[in-house]
Write a protein that binds this ligand. Structure first.
Ligand SMILES: Nc1ncnc2c1ncn2[C@@H]1O[C@H](COP(=O)(O)OP(=O)(O)O)[C@@H](O)[C@H]1O
Ligand SMILES: [Mg+2]
Length: 237
C-alpha cells in the first residue's frame, strides 16, 4: 500500500473492557490484508521488573503481534510498576509523562509500517498529569479513535459520555466495538441496539462472551469493520 502510514487510537469505556484484545484483533485483520502493522501501549501502569527494565503484559502482547521487530521502549515508553492511575504512578516514580516523547516514538514506528495501533490507558478522560488526559494524548498524536464498549450495566452512560467527549475534541470517531465482557448482563442485544441508534459512527463488530479470549477470535469478529476502515478514503482520515 503506497499511502502514508495510518494510525488509530483505541480507547474504551473503562479499564478492563477489551481494548488490548480489540487492538490485537485489528492488528491481525490488517496483517491478513498483507499490511505491515505496529502497535503501541505508550503508558502502562502495572508492570513487573526484569533485567531489561519494567515490562507490561499488554505491551508485550502488542510487541509480539507487530509485523516487524521493534524495541520495547518505543512500544511502551512509560512503564510504571504499580497498577494504579497513571498520573499517580508517574508522580510516585518521579517521572513526567511526555507527550513529545510518545509522539516521537510513534512517528519512528509509523515510518516503518502501513498502520500503527495505539492503545490508550483506562478510559478517555484518565489524567496523565495535572493538566493532561488520554484525550490530549490522542489529540497530540492527531489520531482518529476506535471506542471499545464493554457491554455491561452502566455502559450506556459511559459510552455516550465518551462519544460526546471524543467528538467535542474534534477527533474523528472511526467506529466502536461492542464487547460482551460480561456473560451475565441482562438484555445485551437491546443495549447494543440502543447504542447503534445513539452513536453516529459505525459498529465495527460485536464480540460475544469468550470462554478463552484470543486475538484470533477477536479478529474473526472484526474483519468486516476493519475492511471498512481500510477502504476509507485516506483524505478523510
Ligand atoms: N468478550 C470477552 N469475553 C470474555 N473475556 C473477555 C472478553 N473481552 C475481554 N475479556 C477479558 O477481559 C480482560 C480485560 O480485557 P483487556 O483487553 O485486557 O481490556 P483492557 O485493555 O481494556 O484493560 C482480559 O482478561 C480479557 O481476556
Ligand atoms: Mg489493555
Amino acid at each position: 500500500m503506497s499511502q502514508a502510514g495510518r494510525g488509530v487510537f483505541v480507547t474504551g469505556t473503562d479499564t478492563g473492557v477489551g481494548k488490548t484484545q480489540v487492538t490485537l484483533g485489528i492488528m491481525l485483520c490488517l496483517q491478513s490484508h498483507g499490511l505491515k502493522v505496529a502497535g503501541m501501549k505508550p503508558i502502562a501502569s502495572g508492570c513487573w521488573r526484569t533485567e531489561d527494565g519494567l515490562r507490561n503484559a499488554d505491551a508485550l502482547s502488542i510487541q509480539q503481534h507487530c509485523s516487524i521487530s521493534l524495541p520495547y521502549g518505543d512500544i511502551n515508553p512509560f512503564a510504571f510498576e504499580s497498577p494504579i492511575a497513571p498520573h499517580i504512578a508517574a508522580e510516585e516514580s518521579g517521572v513526567a509523562i511526555s507527550m513529545v516523547a510518545i509522539a516521537q516514538a510513534y512517528q519512528r514506528m509509523l515510518r516503518q509500517v502501513d498502520w500503527c495501533m495505539v492503545e490508550g490507558v483506562g478510559g478517555w478522560l484518565v489524567p496523565l498529569s495535572a493538566r493532561h488526559t488520554v484525550a490530549d494524548l490522542a489529540q497530540c498524536l492527531a489520531l482518529p479513535v476506535v471506542l471499545v464498549v464493554g457491554i455491561r450495566l452502566g455502559c450506556l452512560n459511559h459510552t455516550l459520555l465518551s462519544v460526546e467527549s471524543i467528538q467535542r475534541g474534534h477527533l474523528r470517531l472511526l467506529g466502536w466495538v461492542a464487547n460482551q465482557i460480561d456473560d451475565d448482563v441482562a438484555r445485551p442485544e437491546r443495549n447494543i441496539a440502543t447504542l447503534r441508534e445513539w452513536i453516529d459512527a459505525p459498529l465495527m463488530g460485536i464480540i460475544p462472551p469468550q470462554p478463552v479470549p484470543s486475538a484470533d477470535a477477536f479478529a474473526a469478529r472484526l474483519g468486516t469493520g476493519v475492511d471498512a476502515l481500510i477502504n476509507k478514503d485516506s483524505s478523510t482520515w
